[in-house]
Design a protein around this ligand. Structure first.
Ligand code: SF4
Length: 266
């Protein structure tokens, strides 16, 4: 469904304090991750269909966007979290290219910083565009685990991990600032940290307890502990698991590793 949109830039706050705005090119998200806290927000709650089964494509009035962008830019440098409540490179983007067009318009008056969050390899389509932002962009590719069975359990409709590792590599080779977002950390193989240390120039680690914007409450409401229990891994559903993983990553020489909110900030 295509909807009229009057406002694209929303003031950032809470977990995303430190950014001036969030920007979501779509409403809804066809990846429908089981842990996605957006399903507990008004946009997800007040919709009859289940989260993950619908996407609204926002109609892009380019003149109106330019006006809004100029108005906000006049107030001071913009730093955006692009994709706080949707994935900018979900399948709808193949047809509609809203994400791509928004970034082209932004480049007419570039922001101070753009964090582009996705778990889709479609981002590689736009690597030349991303390069045009120089150091003002960070592509953040979600890699919550290295275990494809775990990925299928928690996020069956999300892109396979192999495609994300490939996207990470291709963007790095193209010279785009990029990070692997282990967010939220999911059960993984013993090799995960070493592979990240080898293949990612920058890593941020986050978990259900620090990273869901509510101290873990939303994740609890979404039944994450029960999901871990169903896998026989309830003991791993604790902040200590991410703390240990972060410390392990830090033990590899030369790894640029960050923890939770600070790893997403400009
Ligand atoms: S990709 Fe992001 S926005 Fe989409 S369902 Fe998963 S966590 Fe939510």
């Amino acid at each position: 469904m295509k909807r009229k949109t009057t406002r694209w830039l929303n003031p950032a706050g809470g977990y995303l304090e430190g950014f001036t705005h969030t920007l979501n090119p779509y409403t809804g998200c066809s990846f429908g991750c089981s842990y996605c806290y957006v399903r507990r927000m008004p946009v997800g709650m007040f919709r009859a269909e289940p989260w993950g089964s619908w996407v609204d494509v926002k109609r892009l009035d380019e003149r109106a966007f330019r006006r809004e962008w100029a108005r906000e830019s006049d107030k001071g440098p913009l730093s955006l979290f692009f994709g706080s409540a949707t994935d900018p490179y979900q399948p709808s983007e193949v047809e509609h290219s809203t994400t791509r067009r928004l970034m082209e318009l932004m480049l007419e008056r570039p922001p101070a910083f753009l964090l582009l969050q996705t778990r889709s390899a479609l981002i590689v389509r736009d690597k030349e565009l991303l390069k045009a932002f120089g150091d003002a962009i960070r592509a953040s590719i979600t890699l919550e685990t290295d275990d494809e069975a775990v990925r299928r359990h928690f996020t069956p409709a999300a892109p396979p991990l192999a495609a994300r590792w490939r996207a990470l590599r291709e963007l790095q080779e193209a010279g785009v600032p990029v990070q692997a977002a282990v967010s939220p950390l999911l059960p993984h193989t013993p090799d995960f940290a070493a592979r990240l240390a080898r293949e990612a120039s920058r890593v941020v680690v986050d978990d259900f307890h620090r990273g869901d914007g509510s101290g873990g409450r939303r994740s609890a409401q979404l039944g994450m502990r029960e999901q871990y229990r169903s896998l026989g891994l309830e003991a791993d559903y604790a902040p200590a698991a991410a703390d240990r993983f972060y410390e392990t990553l830090q033990s590899f020489p030369g790894v640029n590793v960050h923890f939770s909110r600070g790893g997403f900030l400009p």
